[in-house]
Design a protein around this ligand. Structure first.
Ligand code: K1U
Ligand code: ZN
Length: 167
């Protein structure tokens, strides 16, 4: 397995739209294993392939306290969503920035598992939020782009300053 470098906002590659996976094979299973290792090491509760510069519809998620409930979603689709709730989000591509985003409270998602079998999952709470956050990544959207223009400008300035300090 391998740790993969995570793209940092506002890298333009985070805007790419991920393509559907045509075949679930060993190379896709290796990608998922590498993504999971990268997510656990970060640490994070989710990671989309877009964030490691692979533009395929794959996400890994583990919202469990014990960090032992890995979910791998291939070609995920939100079939239905209901309710609305504001909650704090962070992003491994935007380190150090946390803000409130409104999301659906519950979602039903369909996807393929690592055997290529269709699955259906009803999610609520943090899992529902994380699924929506990761599907945004597959559609080229980072959570800060859901914030006001003023907040986005402040975040871009803060990240540019951080980059100058660490250069
Ligand atoms: O996609 C990502 O960038 C990962 C992101 C997912 C996420 C967090 C919060 C709300 C929605 C989606 C993260 O994992 S940020 C790190 C984080 O939240 C966390 C890290 C360790 C333990 C618990 C949470
Ligand atoms: Zn993110």
């Amino acid at each position: 397995m391998a740790l993969l470098p995570i793209l940092r906002f506002p890298d333009p590659r985070l805007k790419k739209i991920a393509a559907p996976v045509q075949k679930v094979d060993d190379s896709l299973r290796r990608l998922a294993a590498d993504m999971a290792e990268t997510m656990y090491e970060a640490p994070g509760i989710g990671l989309a392939a877009t964030q490691v510069d692979v533009h395929k519809q794959v996400v890994v998620i583990d919202v469990s306290e014990e960090r032992n409930a890995l979910l791998v979603l291939v070609n995920p689709r939100i079939e239905s969503a209901d309710g609305a709730k504001e909650g704090e989000e962070g992003c491994l591509s935007v380190p150090g920035i946390y803000d409130k985003v409104e999301r659906a409270e519950r979602v039903v998602v369909t996807y393929l598992d690592l055997e290529g079998q269709p699955q259906r999952l009803e999610a609520e709470g943090l899992l529902a939020v994380c699924i929506q956050h990761e599907l945004d990544h597959l559609n080229g959207k980072v959570f800060v782009e859901r914030l006001s223009q003023l907040k986005q400008t402040r975040i871009r300035n803060k990240l540019a300053k951080q980059a100058r300090v660490t250069a």
